[in-house]
Design a protein around this ligand. Sequence first.
Ligand code: TYC
Length: 117
Amino acid sequence: MTAAGDDKPDDGNNDGAGDDGQIGIATKTRAKPKKPSQFKVLMLNDDYTPMEFVVMVLKRFFHMDLEQATRVMLHVHQKGVGVCGIFPYEIAETKVNQVMEFARQNQHPLQCTLEKA
Ligand code: TYC
């Protein structure tokens, strides 16, 4: 970024002055803006939660249709873990909390967690 509206490339010396060496309003921005980081919501297998309940969770909280929810549930059942979706941190955290609370209310040990994508 440059000082006070000139259109020369940044001199990069970051001395607080513009490219012309004059003091002005600090308008420097990041060279590489950080993308909001994404998080996988993972579903874990267990021996007790009914398959139908897991399918219901995937439909309700992850907006999957019956076929997709059944495929993900069976993947988790067979492999031990599976991805329900990838979201910005706050949304991923909310989904995990919703799933855990719904499982708890229904007395199932279903576990759901986050992992950086
Ligand atoms: N393994 C469970 C059963 O046999 C089904 C299940 C699937 C449980 C996926 C949890 O995340 C899960 N009833």
